[in-house]
Design a protein around this ligand. Sequence first.
Ligand SMILES: Cc1cc2nc3c(=O)[nH]c(=O)nc-3n(C[C@H](O)[C@H](O)[C@H](O)COP(=O)(O)O)c2cc1C
Length: 330
Amino acid sequence: MGWKGILGFDYGIVQAPLGPDISGPELVAAVANAGAVGLLRAPDWEAPDYLRELIRKTRTLTSKPFGVGVVLAFPHKENMKVILEEKVAMVQVAWGEYPRELVCEAHEAGVKVVHQIGHFEEAEKAKNAGVDAIIVQGHEAGGHVIGLDGLVSLVPRVVDLVSSCGIPVIAAGGIVDARGYTAALALGAHGICMGTRFVATVESFAHPLYKQSLAELDETKYTNIFGRSRWPVPHRVLQTSFLMDNGQLPDHENEDSKPIIGHSVINGIEKDIRLFAGTAPNARTTGDVERMVMYAGEGVGLIKDILPAGELVKRLVEETKHLIQQLLIA
Ligand SMILES: Cc1cc2nc3c(=O)[nH]c(=O)nc-3n(C[C@H](O)[C@H](O)[C@H](O)COP(=O)(O)O)c2cc1C
């Protein structure tokens, strides 16, 4: 194990599972090959054969360990069976409870369980369930945001809760560079989980305009206007010019009554994309991409380039080590 590794991985850097298809085999393998934790994203519906193919494709690109993320708010039992059968290194779960008996089942299959939480009470439940690590998502995070607490207060609380059990804590939300990584370590975290920064990499399956917008735009908005019909939870998105002109949607409205503005293929299934849908554009998306949702965390204003994922991991490790040394000397 190398510098500050977690869960048997060389490094404490986790690439968040990124729907729809954004963290596909190419990104996950690039992250794994660099010694960090790459996470595929299981489909939002039961698609065990498709998921098995994704895992096996990733194995053709890397011999290193990697994992899969599962959103518990969607049907997932069959998908989870495949994850255990394929014995990936870890499963990341979020948006729901994952009780002790299911954690034990994963452990019997040799799969570690990492729970992403956004509230202190969720961390208590995850600890009691016997998970292998906890990702603390702060309000700064891009994508669907679980809670209202920021990392500066929530990470140390969770660290204090679990430190006696040796459960590593991983900070997620707004972190994109060595300064964020160092700050997370100072809060007591053992590692970091980044979503937005990994969307803006060469290997991510995001649409080129989405990647370019992350490198060019600086502000985000915490809102509830996208994807209400499919998954009505708050989310943090990039403040695009479409959003500046259309920042509100009456409470009784959702994407179902809106026009189709494009199409995509998501987990192998063709989909129409309506205005105000919660579907971020991936590389297969066509149509009016500028008016589609682009999830982004508060660190987006610090992203200025689209890097190969392995280079990003390497730089983060080197720059964080350097920054810590500088701070100790000063
Ligand atoms: C495009 C995108 C898709 C995401 N999809 C998921 C997901 O499927 N499951 C999940 O647990 N978290 C998801 N997240 C949230 C991440 O797990 C993580 O909490 C967040 O990205 C951290 O904040 P950051 O984006 O500022 O790094 C997503 C985030 C983004 C930006």
